[in-house]
Design a protein around this ligand. Structure first.
Ligand code: ZN
Length: 302
C-alpha cells in the first residue's frame, strides 16, 4: 500500500509516500502546481466560472446545480459538462498543471448529478446523437476523458463519487470507460460532516437499481439492548428518511424494540419543526410522503 497526504496548501506533510495538492478547488480558486507534488483539479464544480458566466450552470428538472439546491448532493455550483469554452479552458489548464507537477488527479469531471444537464445545448446534442439519455451522457463524459488523456503525459487519476452502482445514472460515469484512460482511481469519501446521509442514500439507490421487486429499507430507531448513545437522533432519522425516499424506494420501516420507543421517536420527530420545513426542499413527491407521515404523527403523540 501507499499512503498520501491530500492538502490545500503547497507544503509537504512529513511521513507520507506521496503528496497531492488541491491546485484548483470547487470554489474555482487556483494556486500554482508544485513540481514534486501531484495536482488535484476540480473540473466542472467551479463557483467562479458560474459567477462569471451564470448561463454556464448545469440545469435539471429539479433546478440548476447551484450551491444550496437541496434536491441534490451539490456543495458547489457546477458548470454544464458540455460547456465548450469551459471544457477547452480546462483542457489547456490541465495540460499546464501536468507539465508543472507530477500528474493530475481529477475531481467532478462529469455531470452534476442525476437528470443533469437539460440546458438547451445538452438537449440539442442529445437529440442529434440519436442515443438514449444515459448513453448520450456517458458518451459526453467518456469522450472528454479521452481528450484529457491526450493532454496528460504523466499520471492521470480519476476521482469518483462513493457510489459504485449508480455512477452512470447519476454522473454519466461508466467505470470501465474511465479505466481505459485512468492510471488509477480515487474514491472520495471525505468528511463525516456530509458523508453519513450520503451513504444511506447511495445504498438505497444501488439496491433500487439491482433488485427486481419493490424495495423497502429498515432504519434502526432503537433496537433491543441499545442505549441512547447507540441510536440515531430523530433529526438524523428524518434526514436519512427523506434522502432515501427520493431514490425511488418503495417503503421505509422504522425498527424499535417496542411501541414505547417508537412513540418517543415519533414525538421527537414531530417536534423538529424547523428541520421538517427545511426538508421540504430535498426532493419531490416521495419526500413529501415522508413529511406527511410525520405530520400525521402530530395527532398520535399529542
Ligand atoms: Zn448542459
Amino acid at each position: 500500500m501507499k499512503f498520501g497526504a491530500f492538502v490545500y496548501e503547497p507544503e509537504k506533510a512529513a511521513g507520507f509516500d506521496f503528496h497531492l495538492l488541491r491546485v484548483k478547488v470547487e470554489t474555482g480558486d487556483r494556486i500554482p502546481p508544485v513540481r514534486d507534488m501531484y495536482s488535484n483539479v476540480a473540473v466542472f464544480a467551479d463557483n467562479a466560472a458560474v459567477r462569471s458566466h451564470p448561463d454556464w450552470i448545469s440545469q435539471s428538472p429539479l433546478g440548476p446545480a447551484r450551491m444550496g439546491n437541496n434536491n441534490f448532493n451539490i456543495y458547489w455550483s457546477v458548470v454544464c459538462a458540455t460547456q465548450p469554452e469551459h471544457r477547452a479552458e480546462q483542457l489547456d489548464y490541465i495540460e499546464d498543471v501536468d507539465r508543472h507537477s507530477m500528474g493530475v488527479w481529477l475531481n467532478s469531471q462529469y455531470f452534476a448529478d442525476h437528470s443533469h444537464c437539460t440546458c438547451p445545448r445538452c438537449k440539442e446534442r442529445w437529440k442529434k446523437s440519436g442515443l438514449g439519455w444515459l448513453e448520450w451522457r456517458r458518451k459526453e463524459v467518456t469522450d472528454y476523458m479521452a481528450q484529457i488523456r491526450e493532454r496528460v503525459k504523466k499520471e492521470l487519476v480519476m476521482s469518483i463519487q462513493p457510489d459504485p452502482v449508480t455512477s452512470l445514472e447519476r454522473y454519466g460515469v461508466d467505470l470501465d470507460d474511465f479505466a481505459k484512460y485512468a492510471d488509477a482511481f480515487n474514491v472520495v469519501m471525505f468528511s463525516k460532516n456530509y458523508a453519513t446521509p450520503w451513504y444511506w442514500e447511495m445504498l438505497a439507490r444501488g439496491f433500487k437499481k439491482l433488485l427486481k421487486k419493490p424495495v423497502y429499507i429498515s432504519l434502526y430507531v432503537y433496537g433491543p439492548g441499545d442505549t441512547a448513545q447507540d441510536v440515531p437522533t430523530a433529526s438524523e432519522l428524518l434526514t436519512v428518511s427523506v434522502r432515501c425516499a427520493r431514490t425511488g424506494i418503495d417503503g421505509i420501516l422504522y425498527l424499535a424494540n417496542g411501541a414505547g420507543e417508537m412513540r418517543n421517536f415519533q414525538k421527537a420527530a414531530v417536534d423538529k419543526m424547523a428541520l421538517r420545513k427545511r426538508l421540504e426542499s430535498y426532493g419531490g413527491q416521495p419526500v413529501q410522503e415522508v413529511l406527511d407521515l410525520v405530520k400525521n404523527w402530530e395527532k398520535i403523540v399529542k
